[in-house]
Design a protein. Structure first.
Length: 193
């Protein structure tokens, strides 16, 4: 019965999402320059390239990870769609997202303020069961740090978010970020059909 082979179908949408194989739209929000593209490139391609950007025109990059409980999670990571500059685009961008990763730069208090804005925005307009993560990126630049770790922790705690500091440059905590998100995703109940 060839119908059983649908996991091998070339169409992305033919891959079923079930209790063991989750699929989720992930968006990154935050000021321009905080390292959103670099985090994605580090995660998907395993490299840090200060000059390359996620290809313009690609609607999303995807990456699948396996968790310890043998669940797999396929992240569909969307291009930022200019949300940094054109806030009117933001709702289009995060609509339907199961995961929002709000990124700031630990050397930039401005970007941390913007992160606080995004937390509020998503609480008002995001889907109710969205998994939110707060990320303090560029943790390798500790000599230039201006946002204390505690501030990030506190913001995250108050808002029921997962918090982590990362470096796309050194790869510190990048995989952990996505693993922790995977663990927090709601599991569809096996009986629902
Ligand atoms: P985006 O606008 O948020 O997508 O930011 P980019 O990913 O384009 O990164 C902006 C700049 O920050 C680039 O020059 C990167 O090289 C630099 N950058 C990104 N992540 C890191 C990091 O973890 N550490 C350091 N030192 N620089 C980073």
């Amino acid at each position: 019965n060839s119908g059983a082979l649908n996991g091998l179908n070339s169409s992305e949408n033919a891959v079923p999402a079930d209790a063991k194989n989750l699929r989720v739209k992930l968006v990154l929000l935050g000021d321009s320059g905080v390292g959103k593209s670099c985090i994605v490139l580090r995660f998907v391609r395993g490299q840090f390239d200060a000059t390359s950007k996620v290809t313009v025109g690609a609607s999303f990059l995807s990456q699948t990870i396996a968790l310890q409980d043998s669940t797999t999670v396929k992240f569909e990571i969307w291009d930022t769609a200019g949300q940094e500059r054109y806030s009117a685009l933001a709702p289009l961008y995060y609509r339907g997202a199961g995961v929002a990763v709000i990124v700031y730069d630990i050397t930039s208090p401005e970007s941390f303020k913007k992160a606080q804005y995004w937390v509020k925005e998503l609480q008002k307009h995001g889907s109710p069961d969205i998994v939110m993560a707060l990320v303090g990126n560029k943790a390798d630049l500790h000599e230039k740090r201006e946002v204390p770790t505690e501030d990030g922790m506190e913001l995250a705690e108050k808002n029921g978010m997962f918090f982590i500091e990362t470096s796309a440059k050194t790869a510190d905590n990048i995989n952990q970020l996505f693993e922790e998100i995977g663990k927090r995703l709601p599991r569809p109940s096996p009986s629902s059909s």
